[in-house]
Design a protein. Structure first.
Length: 272
């Protein structure tokens, strides 16, 4: 009997054959599929799937993570579609079920969840050895983080402006930041999915703002720049707070990027 792997929706998947044709609607998972050595089986990706640069450019685009081109996917005749609860629209995924035989749902919420993600993809696409190597590398990073000591910091992690948007504490981003003892504010939780996971912020009505030590301006999904940083530094409401740019891919991309991302955070938290 073939091994079965259970995805985030509770669906069990059998091991795919060498003829599997994969479309990924999740940028960080597209990168991970390449890291697992599935280059020849990746037949479609979103325009936001930009890593690894030299390989994704050979793969056809099928729209964005939310504005998906159904006909483009249909034409690629995929056997497997990789989606994510946070990043993809449920109604669109349901439409794709009509012609894609296997839809694999993912939803990592902590850095440790990447171990299950590697195992899931490795089991489905017969890349267990490669998945184990990624798992070993991630566990080494997690052990390194656990043995380090960092000063507690309350951080405001901004992902958007006009309107300002942050992250809830039950997001993957917040869990990554906790590895270096950075606790996100405001103290809210958004549930399994939905806008509340990325709350709107009003600096004029934010009593918690006084407790923020550090403001992190992410490079994605909004591309904050030094100009934005300098503008915020002049805001009287933020006087005395450390304001800095941070690589959003390193903090928010799960999959293989988490290995490098944890190392990046360890360096950021150690910087004077």
């Amino acid at each position: 009997m073939q091994p079965r792997a259970v995805d985030a929706a509770g669906v069990a998947h059998e091991t795919a054959g060498a003829g599997a044709r994969i479309v990924s609607l999740v940028p960080s998972i597209t990168e991970t599929l390449f890291a697992l050595g599935l280059d020849t089986q990746i037949v479609g990706r979103t325009g936001f799937c930009v890593h690894p640069h030299d390989k994704v450019r050979e793969v056809p685009k099928v729209g964005g993570t939310k504005a998906v081109k159904l006909d483009a996917i249909r034409a690629l005749r995929p056997t497997h579609l990789i989606v994510n609860i946070d990043e993809n629209v449920r109604d669109t995924v349901e439409q794709l079920r009509a012609f894609v035989p296997h839809i694999v749902v993912t939803h990592p919420q902590t850095p440790q969840d990447n171990l299950r993600l590697y195992a899931l993809l490795g089991a489905i696409f017969d890349r267990m050895q490669q998945a184990q190597r990624l798992g070993d590398a991630l566990e080494a990073r997690l052990r390194e983080a656990a043995t380090r000591s960092f000063a507690a910091q309350n951080v405001l992690y901004l992902i958007w402006r006009d309107p300002w948007m942050g992250v809830a504490r039950d997001t993957y981003i917040a869990a990554m930041l906790r590895l270096v003892n950075w606790q996100t504010l405001p103290d809210v939780r958004g549930g399994v999915a939905g806008a509340a996971r990325y709350p709107l912020l009003d600096f004029d009505n934010a009593p918690w703002l006084a407790d923020v030590d550090r403001i992190l301006l992410a490079s994605e999904p909004y591309r904050f720049t030094r100009t934005h940083r300098d503008t915020l530094a002049r805001d009287a409401r933020l006087t005395g707070k450390r304001i800095e740019l941070i690589d959003g891919e390193m903090v928010s991309w799960y999959g293989v990027r988490a290995i490098e991302g944890i190392g990046y955070l360890l360096r950021q938290a150690s910087a004077p």
